[in-house]
Design a protein around this ligand. Structure first.
Ligand SMILES: [Zn+2]
Length: 186
């Protein structure tokens, strides 16, 4: 008879321990790194090493006179550095450097999660693996379909939206963003 309360007590202790463990890293936690142009938030379920591999910045620094600083040694620090590097290159390619520009970048694991965020913001469906919205000054992307070119395209939208007092027509903005994407490694 005395064993039961002891067992319950153990269960309760374990429950509390697990609950505390879960509270330390809830399923929806974000890993955040602040860079010069971008503050990147990476969902905790994203494979950060795989993500880092997918953002291939080979030759992105080509022609760049100034490069951002690397602020740590982890995959997330390298990702933050790469985002700043791509952002710098897109500014150079477009010759547009809006003052004090800084954007949030949120990276999910799956494309369907990005589509869910798009539907929440715009109240309509969109099949986008990545998008930037000036309204929230945030670029949304996913590990599943990320690349340096995808990021360059969306960063170009961010730069265009900040550079022009009156935003250009959507088709023109799209052409400029495609130009940045195409020439990123030249
Ligand atoms: Zn676009």
């Amino acid at each position: 008879m005395t064993k039961l309360p002891a067992l319950c007590c153990l269960c309760l202790t374990l429950c509390i321990l697990f609950a505390n463990g879960a509270a330390a890293e809830p399923a929806d936690a974000w890993i955040v790194r602040e860079g010069y142009f971008c503050t990147v938030s990476i969902r905790s379920d994203v494979d950060r090493d795989a993500l880092n591999q997918k953002i291939d910045t080979y030759r992105v620094d080509f022609g760049l006179t100034e490069k951002p600083d690397m602020r740590g040694q982890g995959a997330q620090d390298e990702i933050a550095y790469k985002l700043d590097l791509i952002f710098s290159k897109v500014q150079e390619l477009l010759d547009m450097r809006p003052a004090k520009i800084h954007t949030a970048v949120k990276i999910y694991r799956l494309k369907e999660e990005v589509e869910g965020v798009y539907a929440e913001i715009f109240w309509e469906n969109g099949t986008y693996a990545a998008f930037y919205t000036f309204k929230l000054n945030t670029l949304f992307a996913c590990e599943e379909a990320i690349s340096a070119q995808v990021l360059a395209h969306e960063m170009a939208h961010c730069i265009i939206d900040h550079y022009f007092g009156m935003p250009p027509p959507k088709k023109i903005a799209e052409l400029i963003a495609q130009y940045a994407e195409l020439h990123l490694k030249e």
